[in-house]
Design a protein around this ligand. Sequence first.
Ligand SMILES: Cc1cc2nc3c(=O)[nH]c(=O)nc-3n(C[C@H](O)[C@H](O)[C@H](O)COP(=O)(O)O)c2cc1C
Length: 381
Amino acid sequence: MPTLRALPASSLPLSTWDFYNTPMLRIGSVQLENPVLLAPIAGYCDLAFRLIVRSVRGPSGGVGLACTDLLCPQAVLSENDKSMWLAATNDDDKPLCMQLYGAHADIMADAAQWAQQHGATTIDINMGCPVDKVTKKNGGSMLLCDPTNTIALAKKVVDAVRVPVTAKIRLGWDDGSIITDSLPPRLADVGIAAVTVHGRTTEQKFRGAARIDQGMLPGNLDTIKAVVDVMAKRHSNVPVIGNGDVQSPLDVKAMMDRTGCAGVMIGRGALGQPWLFRDAAHYLRTGEMLPPYPRADRARLVLQHFDGLMQMRDERYALAKIRTRISWYSKHLQPWPRLRHEVHHMKSVSEFREYMLRGIEHIERIEVEHVNHDDPVTMVA
Ligand SMILES: Cc1cc2nc3c(=O)[nH]c(=O)nc-3n(C[C@H](O)[C@H](O)[C@H](O)COP(=O)(O)O)c2cc1C
């Protein structure tokens, strides 16, 4: 297992929530520090990235819970190399949700036990993946289409472990088969401790806007709010976590206000701005925006992320991964001309490191000059 370490955390007097009484999020026996969670994003949310996210903390803390990417239960049980990289974690990677996908109840239950023994604070059952490879084997969002078997599977997993088990769902397979008011309470009946709702149908994949609520219209079932409403009536101790299109602290607050959800899960919005959890947690707690995370520190995170990837695997892997990640980071590092282009053509670790260090130095220099001379900050050489 890799030995990546998170950066030291700031000290956190975390006692009350003030801003409009934002509730604390508790999943079964697990009390989270903040109600803002990192989503699973296959190929992205590995240990190196989770530690980057966890390392960015402010006066109100940082990410409440981070999730592994979806894990194949058979693969983790056979402990093959690839699945061990995907499931890799360490003591700094807490609290951690491990997500499993599949339709075979016994195998899922065994894999849940494996996850519990290997560092999972909570275990999530993937009920939302629209990818053919997963749904053709009746896993992912295919579980939404077979509620009886899905409930039996959920019960088997819940009964197999001590840690809380959660489910991540979509609104339904398509507009004709919305499950927002039927499946979530039945999942809670068998002990599912929280339900995360991605506000799209499977058929939508990632198209269109996430369906959060329907403005002031009552009674619309195809929304995240519909799940919150039904759970408030039938299982008020089982939190609903809203997910979809959240990019900023204001979006987090809007998701909570519009749906009444107890937590918000962020996926793509965090890929280029791992400091989003720090910012959102602070905004929820105080109603105030933290000053923007400094640009030089953003660039340092990219370098740290790269070092983490190196520790996890090797030079080739780290270079390949950072190339896929730089376009996400680049949006939040501008102005930095040719950043993506340059990184895409990097051939070695030293070349990448030196390039990033020069960039960081340059940002720091022009920011000092900017403060001294009140000149506009322009570009990285
Ligand atoms: C490339 C990609 C991979 C994803 N992988 C997973 C996954 O492994 N498990 C899962 O439950 N959801 C997965 N999702 C869905 C996200 O967790 C999330 O529900 C979705 O992207 C909407 O949230 P966002 O707008 O904050 O990204 C994936 C999404 C994308 C774009």
